[in-house]
Design a protein around this ligand. Structure first.
Ligand code: GLU
Length: 340
């Protein structure tokens, strides 16, 4: 199994790549393609295409219970209806497949082995309840305090990853180096975080054997040669963790651009009704793909909302025009976009 490393060196974090980039869209198949996901797909696609780059579609279906059968195929059909395409993906194949994470376990195992060999991994049997009980530290976004360094094992037997007794009923945690991770997000600007104090050692493989999103996304982006990540703002706070992991794997981080989230017309979180705002529902309401693409392009700061194809958006796309502030969705979006 070849090591999952990028094919070419990339420039400093936050700098545009000098060679044609590789972009990607990596939806979780938990339902139909939401308008917010379509925003990310369009931006990631237009950014890569604008620079003559390749584009990869990857299905992030590791969270089995949350996966909705058939939704990966429906998301792909809806993105194609919008006018997007890709050079590699589950429906078109490609050199770095398979393109469904549920079929990539051997690749994640190889990465875990490499991390274990480098001393970056340890088995952990501390439960979430135990961690929650350590209430002395402030709790993070997942309601848990940072993982205490004191809970790291002092020493591990040689080749512990192959020792059934060492790994039985254990999660595998990444040993986070102390120090600040700093990067320039192409939308948000300068970001810095000390993962060792904000999150601490984080889980890469759960006790039940499920690979963590943080591991899979990093390993796949490296293996697929992704040089630019363009995705929703909700993932900004995963980025420093991902950079630490990329460094431990000996890879070069891609550039990052985190896109504004969509909010309700009142500026608040999307309502239950808006959460049902999918590409499919707009399509079924008679909205033309160019009308939706035009609205998304305007939400991305790329001019007004006139109907356009994705190719027309890509022709003038500048990620520097994307503003990080949340974008309100008008309550009557379907009506506004409807062109009988
Ligand atoms: N699968 C993630 C999601 O659907 C996206 C992961 C990423 O873009 O890094 O939210």
């Amino acid at each position: 199994m070849p090591a999952p490393l990028p094919p070419a060196p990339a420039p400093a974090l936050g700098e545009p790549t000098s060679h044609p980039p590789v972009g990607r869209f990596a939806p979780s198949p938990t339902g139909d393609l939401h308008v917010g996901s379509a925003l990310a797909a369009l931006a990631a696609w237009a950014s890569a295409r604008r620079q003559g780059g390749r584009f990869v579609w990857r299905v992030e279906d590791l969270d089995g219970p949350r996966a909705v059968p058939g939704s990966a195929e429906r998301q792909i059909a809806d993105a194609r209806w919008l006018g997007l395409d890709w050079d590699e993906g589950p429906d078109v194949g490609g050199p770095d497949g398979p393109y469904r994470q549920s079929e990539r376990s051997a690749i994640y195992e190889a990465a875990l082995r490499r991390l274990a060999d480098g001393g970056h991994l340890f088995p952990c049997r501390v439960s979430r309840a135990d961690l929650r009980a350590l209430a002395s530290a402030p709790h993070g976004s997942d309601g848990l305090p940072p993982y205490p360094v004191s809970l790291r094992p002092d020493a591990l037997p040689a080749a512990w990853l192959d020792d059934p007794a060492a790994v039985a009923d254990a999660a595998l945690r990444f040993r986070v180096e102390a120090g600040t991770v700093a990067f320039t997000d192409r939308v948000v600007g300068e970001v810095s975080e000390d993962v060792s104090t904000s999150v601490g050692d984080f889980v890469l493989k759960r006790r039940d054997g499920v690979y963590a999103y943080q591991l899979a996304v990093v390993v796949d982006d490296l293996a697929m040669g992704v040089t630019e990540v363009v995705r929703g703002m909700d993932l900004l706070d995963s980025t420093a963790r991902q950079i630490r992991l990329i460094e431990a794997l000996g890879g070069t981080p891609p550039t990052y651009a985190h896109l504004p989230l969509l909010v309700g017309a009142d500026g608040e979180k999307l309502s239950k009704r808006d959460e049902g705002l999918t590409v499919r529902s707009l399509r079924e309401a008679g909205v033309a793909p160019e009308a939706l693409v035009g609205w998304l392009a305007a939400a991305l700061g790329q001019g007004d909302a006139r109907p356009r194809t994705p190719a027309a958006v890509a022709a003038t796309f500048e990620i520097g025009r994307v503003r990080p502030a949340p974008v309100p969705v008008p309550a009557d979006l379907a009506h506004r976009l409807h062109t009988p």
